[in-house]
Write a protein of this length. Structure first.
Length: 223
């Protein structure tokens, strides 16, 4: 049997089998060799295009002085005329988006205002003459009168409490009306209940000219 010394390498593994004859005088040695399997990398070899795409170009050194840093910022920002043109374009784009939002285009509305159900609720509210819509201007008048005549503070406070009571009552009635109409028009919708009633109440509490999106129907019109 051949023995390997320390440090020797072999590409095969040897196993010896020894058999004896009937007289016990001779032996036969059979050697089996098993090839060694080289494990793979576990990932495909990247293509040249992919490898070249991952290479990064040289990185510019950091500026050594404040003047150099300002020069780099100025170069990246562009000229004064280019900055003015970009600012004008952004303003025009913002104005266009706001105009489309006020017009009620669903793409430009806030998530809370999107969808046919919310548009129908806005029409229902805008077609009604809501007492709750007078709360803000009346509250402003009462507060101003309280500063002008401090002796009326008790009366003003009582009047505001009465107004808030009427607001709560009208808000509950408006929420029920809106939910019933929405269930009739959109029976498969899940946008009902407290959220829809609160949405209608907030819309009704705003001054008509300040509502966004702008009303599409006038007071008293059929929806």
């Amino acid at each position: 049997m051949k023995l390997f010394r320390r440090g020797e390498s072999s590409t095969t593994d040897a196993t010896a089998d020894t058999t004896a004859d009937a007289n016990g005088g001779s032996t036969a040695i059979t050697t089996k060799t098993t090839p060694t399997v080289t494990p793979g990398k576990g990932r495909p070899t990247p293509k040249r295009r992919e490898a070249q795409g991952k290479r990064r170009g040289p990185v510019a050194p950091a500026p050594l002085t404040a003047k150099e840093a300002r020069a780099r910022r100025k170069a990246t920002r562009g000229t004064k005329e280019e900055r003015k043109a970009a600012s004008a374009e952004r303003k025009l784009a913002a104005q266009d988006r706001r105009a489309r939002m006020l017009a009620g285009e669903d793409k430009y509305l806030l998530p809370r205002d999107q969808g046919p159900v919310r548009a129908y609720v806005r029409d229902l509210v805008d077609a009604r003459r809501n007492l709750v819509g007078l709360f803000m201007p009346m509250a402003l008048v009462l507060i101003m009168s309280m500063f002008a005549a401090p002796g009326l503070q008790t009366i003003v406070t009582l009047a505001m409490l009465v107004m808030m009571l009427f607001m709560i009552i009208e808000g509950v009635i408006l929420g029920r009306i809106v939910n019933n109409r929405v269930r009739e028009r959109f029976p498969e919708t899940t946008d009902t209940g407290y959220r829809l009633g609160w949405y209608a109440f907030v819309r009704a509490s705003q001054i008509r000219k300040m509502r966004a999106p702008k009303p599409r129907v006038g007071p008293g019109e059929a929806v």
